[in-house]
Design a protein around this ligand. Sequence first.
Ligand SMILES: *Cc1c(COP(=O)(O)O)cnc(C)c1O
Length: 751
Amino acid sequence: MELSYILQEKYNVTIKTATNEQIYYALAFLINQKTKNTKSKPTKKKLYYLSAEFLIGRLLGSALVNLGLYESVAKELCENGKDIADIEELENEPSLCNGGLGRLAACFMDSAAALKLNAEGVGLLYHFGLFRQVFENNAQTAKPDKWLSDKSFLAKTDTTYPVEIGGKMLMARQYQIDVIGDSNYKNKLTLFDLESIDEKIVADGIEFDKQDISQNLTLFLYPDDSDENGRLLRVYQQYFMTSAAAQYIIDDCVKRGCKLSDLHEYAVVQINDTHPTMIIPELIRLLCEKGTDLDDAINTVSKTCAYTNHTILAEALEKWHISMIKKAAPKLLPYIEILDSRVRRKCCDEKTFIIDSNDMVHMANIDLHVCFAVNGVAKLHTELLKTTELSEFSKLYPHKFHNKTNGISFRRWLCLSNPRLAKLIESLVGSSYLENAESLKVLLKYINDEKVLSQLVSIKQENKQKLSQYLFKKQGIHLPEAFLFDIQIKRLHEYKRQQLNALSVISMYLDILSGKIPKTPVCVIFGGKAAPAYTIAQDIIHLILCLSQLVNGDEAVSRYLRVVMVENYNVSWAQKLIPACDISQQISLASKEASGTGNMKLMLSGAITIGTLDGANVEIAELVGRENIYIFGDDSETVVNRYKDKSYQPQKYYDENKKLRDAVNFITSEKMLAIGDRNRLRRLKNELLTKDWFMTFPDFDEYMKTREKAYADYFEGQSWSQKMLVNIANAGYFSSDRTIKEYNADVWKLN
Ligand SMILES: *Cc1c(COP(=O)(O)O)cnc(C)c1O
C-alpha cells in the first residue's frame, strides 16, 4: 500500500524495519498527500467559530479515521509487528484548552467539516497550553506543557496582522491546522500567535513576567488571574485574539467579494463564551475606520454575531474594569461606551447595563445586547438562563434565546477511541449510523440477544484490560480488570463535586475496615486538573491522592477497593478511560453544570451514569428512562431556592448523619495526617463544615445509597448489559452533527 511506498521512498525501509518515528512521519506525509488538494465549500456565507480554546486532541489518528484509512493502516502495521497506538503516542497532544468548552469547539469543527459546511475555527496558538499536571508529594504541580514540535500538524502562513495593544504595535501571525471532513473536503482552524513570543521568559514552573506583553501574550491559556497583572494579561490576550480575528474576517470576506455593508451575508461569527466578546466592538471600530457610519456598523455587526453562553456560575461571567480595557485597547473603549449609552437610553434595568456603577464592563452583556442570537447548551441550562440568571435579557429579547444541546463527535469518541464497539455497531446497524446517528436506535432490537449483550461485555472487558496496561506503563499502577471501573474525569471544580465522590469513597473504605465487605470490588478513578490559583480544588486533589496511597497500600482493603487519579487528564487519556468505564460519575450540584459532554461520551461507550438532574443528564435520563440511569440528589429548583433563602447549614447535616460525620472527620484523621499535608486537609474539612458552597452534604446519603444500588446491579450482570445497550442505542441524539445541523438551520444559515 501507499505507506510502505512512502517509507521506501523517504527512508529506504520497510514497515518491518522502520522505526515508529519514521512511520509517524510517513503517515503525516500520507495524510498531507491525500488532503492537499481538498478545500472547503466556497459558499457565500462562512462561519467563523471564535473560541479561546480548541481542545482538538491528537490529530494523526483522527485524520486517518476521517479519511477512512485508520483500519487498513492499523491492520497493515499490525501485520508487520507494529502497533498503531505506539505511533499515535509519539504525537504531543495540542495543548490549546482547558476543558469541555474547548472540546466542544473541537467536536463542532469536526462535525462542520463532516457535514461539508464552510466553517473555520479562530483562536490563539498557546505554546504551553494551560499547564501540564505533575503529581509530587500527593499534590498537583504545574509545568509548562510544551507541545509544539516538528510532529505537530500546524502550518505557518504568510499572513500577519498588526495589533495595537497596550501602547505597542505587535504582530499576530496566522497559523492553520487542517480540519479534515473526508478525502474530498477540509476546513481550517486558524490560530494566531504573537510573532515576538519568547518561550525563554518562562522560568521554573509556569512563572513568567506577566507585564512583558510583547513576549508573553500566547505563552499560556488563562494565566493565573488571582492578581491584577494576571487579569490585565487576560484582557490583553482577548484583545489580541479578537483584533487579529476581526481583521482576518473582514479581509477574508472582502477577498470573496463582500462590501462592508453586507458583511453579515458573508460571515457569521459564533462567539464561544465571553472570552471573544471584544470582537464585537472591534468589528464596529474597524468598519467605522473604513468609512461605515456608526449606526450602520453596529447594525451590521449585530446581524453578524451570535453568542453561546456556557455557564450560570455568576463568578464565571467575565467582567473587566474600564481602566484595564483602556490600558489594553484605548481605541476600543469608546465603542464599548457607545454601546453602553445606547443600552441606557433603551432600557432601565441596571442589570442589563454594559458598564456598571463600579466601572466594570460586563462582557456577556455586550453579547446579549448586540448578538442576534443567544443560546444555552442544554435544555435545563437554557431554561435556567431565561428564568433566572438572564431573565431581564430574555424579557427584552425573547426572540434571541434558543437552546442547542451540546454534542460530541462520534468519529473521535466512538470510531477512534472505541474501535471494537464501533465495529460491533456497524455489523448490527450498518455504517449509516455515522451519517445518521439516530439510527443507533436500531440496536434496541437486540435487547434480549444474549450474543450481542455478551459481546458488549467482552468489548468493555478488553478495553478495561487495555486501560489497565496503559496505566501501569504510565503511572506504575495496576488495576484489576475484574473490578468495576467507576470513573469521574473532568476539570476539578467544587461544583462538579469530586469532593462528594471522595467522601463517599472514604465511607466505603471505612465500611470495609469495619468488616462490611462489598460484593463488587471497585476501582474508583479520577482525572482532572485544578486551576493553579484555586486552592480548594488543589486540596481536593490532595485528598484524592492521599486516599489513593492509603487504600491501594492497604492489602486488606485493596482486594475490594482501589483509588486512582490519572496524571494530566487530557483528550488522549479520555480516549483510553471512556471506553473502559462501567459507571460514569456526573454528580455536579443540580443547576450548576451547563451541559457536560463527558457524560455523552461515556454513555456512547456503554457506561451507565450516576448523576444529578443537571445539564444534559436531564436529557440522557429522558432518553434512556429511569431504569437505565441512576439519578439522585436535590433538583435544580430546590438548589436555586436554597441559595435564594440562604438557609443552607452544612453543620446540621453533619450533626444528624453519622456516616457523613465519620467520612468528614476522616479527612483529618491520624491516618491521613500521617501522609498528607495538615494545612490542606484541615482547610478542606473546614471548608466543607462551614461553607460547603456546592451543597455536598444534603446529597451525600442518597448518593451513597444510589451508588450501592448501582454496584449491586452491576454484580447482578444480565440487566447491566441491557442497560449498556439502551444507553448506546439512545446516544445518537448527542452526535455533534445533530447540534451543528440545528445551529445551521436556526442561526448560521450557511447554504
Ligand atoms: C469531554 C472532555 C471534557 C469535558 O468533560 P465534562 O465531564 O463535560 O466536564 C473535559 N476534558 C476533556 C479532556 C474531555 O475530553
